[in-house]
Design a protein around this ligand. Structure first.
Ligand SMILES: Cc1cc2nc3c(=O)[nH]c(=O)nc-3n(C[C@H](O)[C@H](O)[C@H](O)COP(=O)(O)OP(=O)(O)OC[C@H]3O[C@@H](n4cnc5c(N)ncnc54)[C@H](O)[C@@H]3O)c2cc1C
Ligand code: FES
Length: 256
């Protein structure tokens, strides 16, 4: 593992198109100590650096939606090109129990693919709910299926799976899977809805949060979650996404 403050050079080994605006970059080395849910800071000299969840660690893979200048530059990389990473950083998911329900909105599917791979390799039962605007926006569906996960889909326009929001899949998935822990990554609205549902269902939840990151190691304070979010979810005030998360554990008793 490289020291968290230093960047290491990686080369793109393979570039995989995941949808019209998202690619996965498979790199030429592994991060064997990385845990699902941890992230890396990716740096392109002269452009910027940004945090990305690991969608796999061996070999390292990041899955990047092209939404702005930095993510666009990453989407332009080709096999053989260099990028620099520091990490793995932050706290990842902790596997609890034998039956697990994973919920991914948008590129939130990325860290969950690493988690699903690890849980399936240990012989756990894994169900995955994926949601997006339309069929064309869904990510990594075939990958979860090929790992042996049971997969439920929701799209806002009804072009794949159930029409509506991803969280509408929760009752059906719970009945089929009887999960002991739920894990989620996606927009904050999805995470709070998921936490409320998990509390009603009496299930512990592990949620992966986003924040504006600069240092990535708990020094600058830019990634602190709003006080209201911490209060609502029962997280310690001043929760730093990079240092205390990105994954926060929510007890079913603590959601207000
Ligand atoms: C812990 C963590 C893990 C992350 N993991 C991933 C990951 O696995 N894959 C990934 O693609 N991104 C991930 N991100 C987001 C990533 O770090 C960048 O914020 C994102 O790529 C946008 O950066 P940019 O410079 O391209 O766009 P910016 O210039 O920062 O933003 C351009 C515009 O796009 C909007 N925007 C920013 N992000 C999004 C978004 N996600 N969807 C829609 N609009 C957006 C902004 O509001 C702005 O209007 C993660 C962030 C965190 C904190
Ligand atoms: S990014 Fe600096 S404290 Fe989290």
């Amino acid at each position: 593992m490289n020291p968290v403050g230093l960047f290491s050079a990686f080369r793109v080994q393979q570039k995989r198109t995941e949808n019209a605006y998202t690619c996965s970059l498979v790199l030429n080395d592994s991060l064997p100590d990385a845990l699902p849910g941890q992230f890396v800071m990716a740096w392109l000299p002269g452009i910027d650096e940004r945090p990305f969840s690991l969608s796999d660690n061996d070999p390292v893979r990041i899955t990047v939606a092209d939404v702005g200048s930095f993510s666009h530059a990453l989407n332009q990389l080709q096999p053989g090109d260099y990028l620099w990473l520091r990490g793995p950083l932050g706290r990842g998911f902790i596997s609890r129990g034998r039956s697990h329900l994973l919920l991914g909105g948008g590129y939130g599917a990325a860290p969950l693919s690493f988690l699903a791979k690890s849980l399936c390799a240990q012989g756990n039962q894994v169900g995955v709910c994926l949601g997006a605007r339309s069929r064309a926006d869904l990510l990594l569906v075939e990958e979860f299926s090929s790992l042996g996960c049971q997969v439920w889909l929701a799209t806002e326009d009804g072009s794949a799976g159930k029409q509506g929001l991803l969280t509408a899949l929760l009752p059906e998935a719970q009945n089929a899977l009887k999960p002991e822990t739920v894990y989620a990554c996606g927009p904050i609205g999805m995470l709070t809805t998921m936490a409320a549902w998990a509390r009603t269902a009496g299930l512990p939840a592990q949620l992966s949060f986003e924040g504006v990151m600069r240092c990535g190691v708990g020094l600058c304070g830019s990634c602190e979650l709003p006080e209201t979010t911490c209060q609502q979810l029962g997280l310690a005030p001043g929760f730093l996404v990079c240092h205390d998360g990105p994954v926060g554990e929510i007890s079913p008793n603590h959601f207000s």
